[in-house]
Design a protein around this ligand. Structure first.
Ligand SMILES: Nc1nc2c(c(=O)[nH]1)N[C@H]1C(S)=C(S)[C@@H](COP(=O)(O)O)O[C@H]1N2
Ligand SMILES: [Mo]
Length: 180
């Protein structure tokens, strides 16, 4: 009898979870999809996942992170300067490596996608060896949408072979990480 009640409660919470597909208390700012083991949300839903749908991205397995989730990971500080920037910038946020680990993500390639569809691809080996930060703030200020938020991928010059001299690859307005 107790088991039956437990099963019913579990089924009910799963059902409400599936309804939105995005049960994070504060809402996700970034979703890791592809080869992830630690899933915490349901598969792609064309209605709920409207931006993914617009960019024609589907997924089965996903781990969604709210800002609060990202703040609970170890926070990295990074100062970077690129020739096309007016000044050096100090950013803070979890490392991309730690975000991937928290999602149980594994693979050779990491695609970091922004809301405008910009989606640079990196080698997992470079991400693991380098200082790739998913910045929540820059210059002590939280990043905003309309600015470089919700998340800005920042890494220093010479983080990988053939990195351009300018800040190409430093995607702003990041909302999706795909692991292959
Ligand atoms: N979301 C997003 N991030 C982006 C880009 C982009 O088009 N969209 N362009 C990249 C490139 S190629 C460069 S050189 C720098 C600066 O481009 P921007 O002046 O368009 O920001 O941002 C990088 N990050
Ligand atoms: Mo660029």
């Amino acid at each position: 009898m107790n088991r039956l009640i437990l099963a019913l409660v579990a089924a009910m919470s799963l059902a409400s979870y599936g309804l939105s597909g995005q049960a994070r208390a504060e809402g996700a700012v970034v979703t890791v999809t592809g080869n992830v083991v630690e899933t915490n949300r349901s598969a792609f839903d064309p209605f709920a996942d409207a931006l993914f749908n617009a960019l024609q991205i589907k997924f089965d397995k996903a781990h969604a992170f709210s800002r609060e989730d990202l703040r609970k990971l170890p926070q990295q500080s990074l100062r970077a300067k690129y020739p096309n920037w007016p000044a050096e910038v100090e950013v803070k946020g979890p490392s991309l490596k730690d975000v991937l680990a928290a999602a149980g993500a594994d693979g050779d390639r990491v695609i970091v996608r922004a809301v405008d569809g910009y989606a640079p691809e990196f080698k997992m080996a470079d991400v693991r060896a380098g200082a790739f930060v998913l910045a929540l703030e820059a210059g002590g200020m939280p990043l905003s949408i309309g600015g470089r938020g919700p998340l800005w991928l920042v890494f220093p010059p010479k983080s990988y072979l053939d990195q351009p001299d300018d800040d190409g690859g430093l995607a702003w307005a990041v909302f999706h990480i795909e692991v292959r």
